[in-house]
Write a protein that binds this ligand. Structure first.
Ligand code: GZL
Length: 323
């Protein structure tokens, strides 16, 4: 076999080193680790904090190099982060869309760059399902239905109208749209259930408290608060107590997420029912990232398993609650 001149061998090795240094065909760091760009919504709630921790810890455990950004609940920041990941030629992009609409342009840019995208937690309303590989998260309509079914049971024997106030999540977000729909579909079956006020509390304690203060001033009678997440319910409890009323008794409260502070309030009788929404998506996400990076087929939608809590279940769950 003809021996290669030593110059050809050196050039070949140099080329290989150069490719590796530049991340080869994209998607690996200098050390060869798979790179994931994750554009997070923000840090608005206890649920989001637990979700971020799960993603960061799982990436480390999976040996995946994580590039992470916090959009402070602004869509323009998430779009900028995704564009930055495209420029950096990451292997996979994942994100939790703060709102459902307005993603087609940037997702088409990722597709053009041959970077697969995974949706976690929240969905988008894009008609083009080829813009992302899969969705990993909860069925928010089912969560809203569970909250409605609890209310229907709790107030089934009530004679007069049941006045409900609703603290919605972030306007235009999938959890706000779907939790509102699921709840409304269930209570529509009984005309005595009346939503007398419904407004966004932006998934935060501070805004939930502020809006609940306004509800308490404007509504002559409030029997129930339906909060799209625990943080808004916990803020509302502060407003209810400041108004001299007893949360959990004068005003019954049903909430969604299942963070530790809400389960404690449930155990203390200040909240009456909590529907779980599981934030610990990290391990499943990393499995999906590796499969997608390898070009493997993945299911179009993967839903998380979750439960709901009454007071006894909350007391039982608290000692082991991770978040
Ligand atoms: C639901 C998630 C929601 C939580 C809120 O999957 O998107 O956003 O219910 C969080 O606590 O802010």
């Amino acid at each position: 076999m003809a021996r290669k001149p030593w110059t050809a061998i050196v050039a070949g090795v140099a080329g290989l080193l150069l490719l590796t240094a530049c991340g080869g065909g994209g998607g690996t760091s200098g050390g060869g680790a798979l790179t994931l760009g994750f554009a997070q919504v923000g840090a608005e709630s206890g649920w989001r904090t637990a979700n971020t921790k799960s993603i960061q810890e799982s990436a480390k455990a999976a040996g995946i190099e994580l590039k992470f950004s916090d959009a402070q609940q602004k869509q323009e920041n998430q779009i900028a982060a995704i564009r930055s990941y495209i420029q950096q030629k990451v292997k996979v992009i994942a994100f939790s869309p703060v709102v459902e609409s307005g993603w087609d342009t940037v997702l088409k840019e990722a597709k053009t760059a041959n970077i697969p995208v995974i949706l976690t937690d929240r969905a988008v309303d894009s008609a083009d399902k080829t813009l992302y590989k899969t969705f990993l998260g909860s069925d928010f309509v089912a969560e809203g239905k569970k909250a409605g079914e609890w209310l229907a049971k709790e107030f089934g024997s009530a004679t007069g109208d049941v006045s409900i106030v609703e603290l919605q999540g972030t306007t235009g977000s999938a959890p706000a749209n779907d939790r509102k729909k699921g709840f409304a579909d269930v209570i529509a079956s009984n005309p005595k259930f009346k939503v007398v006020a419904s407004q966004t509390g932006e998934f935060t304690r501070a805004k939930g408290k502020e809006v609940m203060e306004a509800f308490l001033k404007s509504q002559p009678k409030i029997d129930v608060l339906y909060a799209h997440n625990d943080d808004m319910a916990l803020g509302a409890i502060e407003a209810i107590e400041a108004a001299g009323k007893v949360p959990g008794k004068d005003i019954k409260i049903v909430s969604v997420d299942g963070v530790r502070d809400a389960l404690q309030a449930l155990a203390d009788g200040k909240i009456n029912h909590v529907v779980e929404c599981n934030p610990l998506l990290g391990p499943q996400l990393m499995d999906l990232v590796k499969k997608v990076a390898a070009g493997e087929q993945v299911p179009p939608r993967i839903e998380t398993t979750e439960t709901e809590f009454d007071q006894a279940a909350a007391k039982a769950a608290l000692p082991q609650r991770q978040y």
